[in-house]
Write a protein that binds this ligand. Structure first.
Ligand code: BES
Ligand code: MN
Ligand code: ZN
Length: 509
């Protein structure tokens, strides 16, 4: 894990492998941003001209490397684009800073230490730059090297080991708190990424439950794990129905973070399909290579509960991880089977690939028993949501318009792209079943909303609920950008943490 420090050293005196400065897009060409003063002075006020000569424009995410001026204790200066220069009385947008810091940290993979001298107007800019740098520094290296330890391989380089933020004030309590919060949140986002990236032969439901239990114990979080015997005994027909085709049996994990002075309780529920083959309704090749990511919702929930504990938030947060592996076998659920859910409702399974709603249905009913102030589920639930919103934006559905709006605003605030989606009641009848209370599949058009309507039936009466379908942004297959790496992204962690913070302070909009 990358270490972060606030340093009072000057840009010219700090010893590091690189110095990061910002370059904005001015009306007549690139402009050196605040933080780059020492470098600019050493270049006799011509840093912008030097950058322009090197082809820099200041556009977002652009990376330009130049030799450090004489006397500096770093070999290179790395200028990262900040996009259009804000108006004189405005600051850089937090997400712009977060992405720029992330792009710079990514460009420095393999280096040991970098100093970041980006514009830091206030404490929220400190959080943004710190978070972006720590998220951009991330690399998944757990499976590298092997027998050839020490030999050169084609895999990703090690993450930047140390980041020093220049220009922040280590003795200012707001700046200190901003950096601490960023370190905790980024560390947990990176843990969610690690879990998503871990191959499914190693991250079985049992292994995930063990990771969650260990982290819970370390952070004073109460943990309960229901194994397959307890799930059968307890009548969890949805979770068992999905998990019973696999050699790796399912688990339901409950994590309870409580604060003595908490006034509110949030329940987070995560879809944790450690591998989604589709089951008997097997996915074709081309659709199953990335399905280790199908536990990203559970990873986000786990990470958010741990972050809430580490931040000591004055709110109770319960996390539910609905863990199962969806496999075809002689013992697997078949299309046509009817399952009796934990709620008592019967479900005709028409497609075993619509398994997320089955495990979530049970977890939602169980979570409702505690009567929390709100339930938020997070799931890589439908390909239809990816069709609708693309691969960077998650969909938000809810049984309460104001709550859906709040979550959308919170996501925006932390830099996670999302969009409100409806739950049109007329789509419900497409899930009518001749044999059971409901089928696990309805019409294909609006499939993400159909899935949302299915989940809604398992939420306890009168409980505020929102559903985040992160099937698009959870796993990034394209080239890395900003602070987003290839593979697991940690989608929704920051939104859940901010929601918990806002609930703790009674500031939900
Ligand atoms: N895990 C998938 C959804 C998914 C698709 C996640 C792409 C990430 C990327 C889910 O279990 C699934 O298979 N959904 C089906 C539902 C259908 C059978 C009703 C889908 O979306 O095709
Ligand atoms: Mn599926
Ligand atoms: Zn799935």
């Amino acid at each position: 894990m990358t270490a972060l420090t606030l340093s009072t050293a000057g840009a010219a005196t700090l010893r590091a492998d690189a110095l990061v400065v910002g370059v904005a897009k001015g009306p007549k060409g690139p402009l050196a941003a605040a933080g780059a003063e020492a470098v600019d002075a050493a270049y006799a006020g011509k840093l912008a001209a030097v950058l322009e000569a090197l082809g820099a424009s200041g556009s977002e995410g652009e990376i330009t490397k130049l030799p450090a001026p004489d006397g500096f204790k770093v070999p290179v200066v790395l200028a990262v684009g900040l996009g259009t220069l804000p108006d004189e009385d405005e600051s850089y947008d937090e997400e712009v800073l977060r992405r720029a810091a992330g792009a710079a940290a990514r460009a420095l993979h393999g280096a040991k230490k970098a100093a970041f001298a980006l514009p830091l107007d206030d404490a929220s800019a400190v959080t943004a730059v710190a978070e972006g740098a720590l998220l951009g520094a991330y690399a998944f290296t757990a499976y590298q090297g092997g027998e050839k330890k020490g030999s050169k391989n084609a895999g990703p380089k090690l993450p930047l080991a140390e980041i020093a933020l220049l220009g922040a004030k280590p003795r200012d309590k707001d700046h200190k708190a901003a950096a601490e919060r960023a370190s905790i949140v980024a560390a947990e986002v990176n843990i969610a990424r690690d879990l998503v990236n871990t191959p499914p032969n190693d991250l079985t439901p049992e292994a995930f439950a063990a990771v969650a239990s260990a982290a819970a114990k370390e952070n004073g979080i109460k943990v309960q794990v229901l194994d397959e015997k307890a799930l059968v005994k307890g009548g969890y027909g949805g979770i068992m129905g999905v998990g019973k085709g696999s050699e790796n049996p399912p688990r339901l994990v409950k994590l309870s973070y409580t604060h003595a002075k908490a006034e509110k309780t949030l329940a987070f529920v995560g879809k944790g399909i450690t591998y989604d083959s589709g089951g008997i309704s097997l996915k074709p090749a081309g659709h199953n290579e990335t399905m280790k990511c199908d536990m990203a919702g559970a990873a986000a929930v786990f990470a958010a509960v741990v972050a809430a504990a580490k931040l000591g938030l004055q709110v109770n947060v319960t996390g539910w991880l609905a863990l199962a592996e969806n496999m075809p076998s002689g013992s697997a659920t078949k299309p046509g089977d009817v399952l009796r859910m934990y709620s008592g409702k019967t479900v005709e399974v028409l497609n075993t690939d619509a398994e997320g709603r089955l495990v979530l249905g049970d977890a939602l009913t169980k979570a409702s028993e505690d009567n929390p102030d709100a339930i938020i589920d997070v799931a890589t639930l439908t390909g239809a949501m990816v069709m609708a919103l693309g691969d960077r934006t998650f969909g938000i559905m809810a049984n309460d318009d104001a709550f859906r709006t709040s979550i959308h605003e919170i996501a925006e605030e932390v830099g996670e792209a999302s969009w409100p989606m409806p739950l049109p009641a007329d789509l419900r009848k497409s899930m009518d079943s001749p044999t059971a209370d409901i089928a696990n599949m309805g019409v294909r058009m609006g499939g993400g909303l159909v899935a949302g309507l299915f989940l809604q039936e398992f939420v306890g009466e009168g409980i505020t609920w929102a559903h985040l379908d992160i099937a698009g942004p959870a796993f990034h297959e394209g080239a890395p950008h900003g602070y987003t790496p290839k593979g697991g992204t940690g989608s929704a962690v920051r939104t859940l943490v901010r929601l918990a913070e806002r609930t703790a302070t009674g500031d939900l909009g």
